[in-house]
Design a protein around this ligand. Sequence first.
Ligand code: SF4
Length: 132
Amino acid sequence: MPLSTLCQHCGLCCDGTLFTVVPLQPSEESSLRARGLPVVTRADGSPALPQRCAALAGRSCTLYAERPLGCRRYQCQLYSALAEGEVDLSEALTVVEQAHTLLDASEAERGPQVEAFLDRHFRGRHRSPRVV
Ligand code: SF4
C-alpha cells in the first residue's frame, strides 16, 4: 500500500530527526518493555518511547503493524499530500530521498535550509489514528 510504503522508506518521524520522544498510552508500556524497547518516564509521569526508536531498522519499523497509537497518529505533510492525491508515491519517495540527502550532508549541524525543508514536508498535522 503506498502510504505504508512511503513510511517504511522514510523513518524521519522515528529516527530522532523530528521528535525526541513519542508519548505512549499507559497500557502500551509493558508490551514495549517486554519486546526490549526502552521506555522513559516524562516529567508528568507518563511513559514515552525515546527516539531514535529502537524498533527502527534502517528506515523501516520492525513493529509497524503493532506500533503505538502515538506513532499511528502522526501524519506529516508529505503523508497527507500522498493520502490526498496531491503527489504520487514516486514523487513522495523522491522528497524522502532529498530529505535524507540533506540530512546526511549536514550531519554535524542542520542549517535553516534543512529545517525549512523538514518544516515544509514533514512537520505538521496530528490527526486521528491513520489506517494504512
Ligand atoms: S515522516 Fe511522514 S512519511 Fe516519514 S515515516 Fe513519518 S509519517 Fe511517514
